[in-house]
Write a new protein. Sequence first.
Length: 684
Amino acid sequence: MAKPYDSMTGEGGDTQQIGRGDTPVMTTNHGTPISDNQNSLKAGARGPTLLEDFILREKIFHFDHERIPERIVHARGSVAHGYFECTDPIPDLSRASLFSEQGKRTEVIVRFSTVAGGAGSVDTPRDVRGFATKFYTDEGNWDLVGNNIPVFFIQDAIKFPDLIHSVKMEADRGFPQAASAHDTFWDFVSLMPESLHTVLWAMSDRGIPRSYRMMEGFGIHTFKLVNAEGQESFVKFHWRPRLGTQSLIWDESAKIQGADNDFHRRDLWEAIANGDYPEYDLAIQVFDQELAASLPYDVLDPTKIIPEEVVPLRVIGRMVLDRNPDNHFAENEQLAFLPSNVVPGIDFSDDPLLHGRLFSYLDTQKSRLGTTNFHQIPVNAPKCPYANMMRDGMMQTHVPKGRANYEPNSLAEAGEDGGPRPRQEGFRTASQPVEGEKLRVRPETFADHYSQPRMFWKSQTANEQAHIASAITFELSKVALQHVRLRVLSQLRNVDEELAERVAKGLALSLPDRAPAARDPVALEPSEALSIQKRWHATLEGRKVGILFAEGSEKAAVDRLISQIRDAGGTPFTIAPKVGGIALEGGKMEADGQLAGSPSWIFDAVAVVLSSEAAGKLAHDSAAVGFVMDAFAHLKAIGHDDGAKPLLDRAGIKADEGVTDLASLPKAATLRYWDREKKIRDLA
Ligand code: HDD
């Protein structure tokens, strides 16, 4: 019998052997078994390659077309599968089947994303994050395509291409990538005061989330719930992460871009792989037309929120993400969300931004996925049966039987399959009277652009306000056009004089005149829910602690810390100057990461377990000094033993509440030390 092909030696190879044993046969895309995947067909061993080589041609042809156009926005994203479980049924409000019974589970896939960067960009720039969920319900797919910020930059979809052109890399130079800190974005924003509310959110710590697992999600628009009797209510959807909302410090997020481009993608993947399934509550704010009419802003305006102090949140379910994708392309690149995917019981309001989206997403999938049959791609296909008279088209994979490709038909009367029929209980648009002239206008009720950004600003802690002021200062310092900086300042004066003054001072500019306001702002009560720090969850769950050791460290102390961190629900990660295993006091130990590649930026807190001899040595190693110095500057807990002191002293660490002994670290690591910030950074 001939020898099987050996890819190392290039010897052997016989189609008789193919398919033997458990290894599947490699074939062409048309099923022809392949005997040699290493060498193209040539005329003579050193001769020209032959056009006849259909195996080579097919392989290169396919490779040449492996990429599809990336999403025009939200190109970089990470997905996870899971389920939604209804915990508080709402049949009185909606007949949506996923909300019908307590304990009912519906499969979901979620895609988290950044907005501005390309598919290969980094995870931690300052940006809005996408939070898009596809519920595969038993009455069709419902896509809740939201963001981690509850408002949007513009009020009308017709402005979306301008907004996105302005924020993406500038058209002539092709930079900056994944950043809003440049002329064109701020030029646009300064001319569109309606964007200020979202700008303030994006410039706050919400724009640099710690993890997709620690991010809220919002449906943003007002939607409608419709019950079996056809009664409607307005609704806003909220995702609340069980781990609480947490963010990075700006300097930390910028540095993480160097340490780990995939910081959020890796975090999500590893959490799920380790069985720490991310969980979110789904909450609704339900209200009626009467309440809507009583508010000093319009509920159809997507630049406005309804504070939860005004309409409280009701939790109706939870989502658990418990499965990583098997294939990035098939389940992420090919995943297509459509805000127009609703199910009976959920309907749209007349938000003009939403209406534009109902067109845009369907349209874009044709250009991204190349065919109107993109719904047949496994990740997009409903999990419930679906049938209609739409036929053919590129990449059609269904093989419909019979002649019934039109409706109505009477083929059933002749004993043939007459195909599907619409049914009364199907999706029915909530009926509402509509009357009016055709107008290209913005309603008067959308005209107040300043009250809500002011409410947001007033709701923040002193540190959070400082972060907003310095983020705007930073971004405007990257803006080269002086008139744009001044125009932003003139807009900010309408939001809050103090904010405008702080930014002007940071830029060494004098305040320009206030921009004329389309409508004078009104005073709105601050809302605690808008601050991350006021709602901080002090938990080690989901948090990662870096433990630095070196030769001579006490092994028992490292082992003890590892198990304490695990017991508290955190993830320990050991770091040493060398990874392969070094001699500690009490035995040898391998490290998870090497010091130079594991800066403290990628951890929520750090521990330093060192002999004084090793600490003295590491005090002359910039990676080790930077490890503790940055942890301190990023307001993290630092646990250490006595031996580590020479290193801490060298790094200029001043003892405070967050600098603890090793035993206190697991508790200390649940917090960031905001009080420390004013001592190490100018918060003016
Ligand atoms: Fe959008 C993608 C969220 C307004 C047009 N959008 C996209 C994604 C998210 C959002 C999360 C990524 C989906 C995925 O992961 O595949 N977009 C929003 C939110 C908006 C919003 C929360 C306002 C409330 N979008 C918006 C408008 C338009 C679009 C007004 C156009 C008129 N969005 C698109 C798009 C994308 C998209 C170009 C790119 C890829 C895709 O749709 O599938 O059609």
